[in-house]
Design a binder for this molecule. Structure first.
Ligand SMILES: [Zn+2]
Length: 156
């Protein structure tokens, strides 16, 4: 570098608040460094990283899934993170889209919520909604989950 600078002295100094901190997100033995100016920004990026880690499995299983992780800030402070990923609704065979109708007798209460199944009358896709879902890994309750099933899997 020549060290040659154009123009005179600049009065605007770079603001210190734009300093990028080094955060570290960890989950299931994996970790990723995140450069962020604020904890909120780092948290958003870390949650996105957690989602990316399970989104493929969610799209295969067509079932809501959860992931936990930790975010360590530059001072060593640890923040617990938890994300939920819902499966993307599979497309309908009809251009007009799904026409959901609740399957008779499929509504039942459990815990503090209800569970019910809906059927698309056009493509015969089933959708299970649980308003009091429990995480299989942590046992945490009171979550909302959705599962899609093709009717080949059930006996009609
Ligand atoms: Zn449909």
């Amino acid at each position: 570098m020549s060290g040659k600078t154009a123009g005179g002295s600049r009065t605007e100094a770079t603001s210190e608040t734009t300093t990028i901190g080094a955060y570290l997100v960890r989950a299931d033995g994996a970790e990723e460094r995140i450069g962020a100016a604020t904890l909120d920004e780092a948290r958003a990026l870390a949650e996105e990283w957690l989602r990316e880690g399970i989104v493929d499995a969610v799209e295969v299983d067509l079932r809501t899934s959860w992931a936990d992780g930790t975010l360590t800030d530059p001072d060593g402070e640890i923040t617990q993170l938890s994300v939920q990923v819902d499966p993307e609704e599979p497309g309908c065979t009809e251009r007009t889209g799904h026409q959901w109708a609740q399957v008779k007798g499929s509504l039942w209460g459990h815990g503090g919520g209800v569970e019910y199944t809906e059927l698309c009358g056009r493509c015969l896709l089933l959708r299970d909604t649980d308003t009091w879902a429990q995480r299989p890994d942590t046992g945490e309750q009171g979550l909302r989950s959705v599962t899609y099933r093709r009717t080949e899997e059930v006996c009609l």
